[in-house]
Design a protein around this ligand. Structure first.
Ligand SMILES: Nc1ncnc2c1ncn2[C@@H]1O[C@H](COP(=O)(O)OP(=O)(O)OP(=O)(O)O)[C@@H](O)[C@H]1O
Length: 336
């Protein structure tokens, strides 16, 4: 067999998912690391560290090392990758160093690529391969990427939105912006601060987005109770926020993503654009779950739009398929 102990990693901004060949998804944890600032010691990684966000004492910080979809902090990314790899290898009683396929956003620079590879090798991988995230997402969503026919995938994650048109196993046109789920959370924080004089944390903003967040093209008549800190009195305060206001808060971010999609479609060769018209666009990543987004993209582009079956695990499933099929490996860019 080509690979014996093979592992695929979707090193996401928000969540990291590890796929172990033959076993499926075996780890799915937030990409968060808690660090004791004065001595630089890693205190917790993953789920445990996420619980600490916004709740840490002064000398402990909870960091998201991949914040903008890239390696913002090499040392912390290395610690996180090492922890996830060791957790999977220990739980499966594997003592050999694995070969690892890692997904990176399509817009990464060669310096960032090198940093991801080095982190994987230092964390215990025998060999490290990279695959661009939209390609992995398209494979995970079951698109016919090897056929001479255009497939379009939109992957809206935490830090980046990747849009790609794929044909004959390669990315023909792609666009990547560092505007996605995190930016939506930040827009909600700013909206509530400005309009309610209330300070809320990123986790509350994400909660609001997941419960009542929607694009502006649909009618949604819901409210959500939240708690924050009143900026005038300094005391905790509860308010009920209507979904219609969150639609306003999210408009700018949603419009940036729409512009990127339009821009990618405009650059597509006419034959591929015609294929996409026939078969539609597939939406993946957690952002695909934002209410109304599929409909909005349909209305704005005039193309059919489908949400992938498992939008949050599409990329990891794609790396799994890559590990299992040697033919697909030919399309992986080996770095170094
Ligand atoms: N129901 C939902 N509605 C809106 N957004 C959601 C929903 N569920 C998850 N998300 C958002 O999806 C994002 C995470 O998606 P995903 O796990 O695909 O990203 P990632 O792979 O970690 O990031 P990236 O692709 O940028 O590296 C988060 O911003 C999260 O808040």
């Amino acid at each position: 067999m080509f690979f014996s102990k093979d592992i695929g990693i979707d090193l996401g901004t928000a969540n990291s998912i590890v796929f172990y060949k033959g076993k499926g998804i075996c780890l799915n944890e937030p990409s968060v690391v808690a660090i004791q600032k004065d001595i630089g010691k890693v205190l917790a990684v993953g789920e445990e560290a996420k619980q600490m966000i916004g709740r840490t004492p002064g000398n402990v910080i909870a960091v998201r090392p991949m914040k903008d979809g890239v390696i913002a902090d090499f040392e912390v990314t290395y610690s996180m990758l090492k922890y996830f790899l060791e957790k999977v290898l220990n739980s499966k009683n594997i003592f050999l160093r694995p070969r690892v396929v890692i997904c990176v956003p399509s817009g990464v620079t060669s310096v960032e690529e090198r940093a991801v590879k080095d982190a994987a090798l230092q964390a215990g991988a025998k060999e490290a391969y990279l695959i661009e995230e939209p390609m992995a997402a398209a494979i995970g969503a079951g698109l016919p990427v090897h056929e001479p026919k255009g497939s379009m995938i939109i992957d809206i994650g935490g830090g980046t939105s990747d849009v790609a048109i794929i044909s004959l196993g390669g990315i023909v046109v792609s666009r990547s912006i560092r505007i996605a789920g995190d930016e939506m959370d930040e827009a909600i924080v700013q909206y509530i601060k400005k309009n309610y004089n209330l300070m809320i944390g990123d986790r509350t903003a994400e909660d609001i987005k997941m419960h009542i967040g929607a694009t502006y093209n649909i009618e949604i008549d819901e409210e959500y109770d939240i708690r924050g800190r009143d900026l005038v009195s300094g005391l905790p305060k509860n308010i009920s926020i209507p979904a219609s206001e969150i639609q306003v808060a999210l408009k700018e971010t949603v419009d940036s993503i729409l512009d990127t999609i339009r821009n990618c479609l405009e650059s597509a060769p006419p034959e591929l654009a015609a294929d996409i018209m026939d078969h539609g666009i597939v939406l993946a990543g957690g952002g695909a779950l934002l209410k109304g987004l599929d409909q909005l993209i349909r209305d704005e582009t005039g193309m059919p739009v489908h949400i992938a079956e498992n939008p949050l695990s599409c990329v990891a499933l794609g790396t799994g398929k890559v590990l299992e099929n040697i033919e697909i490996l030919k399309n992986i860019r080996r770095i170094g």
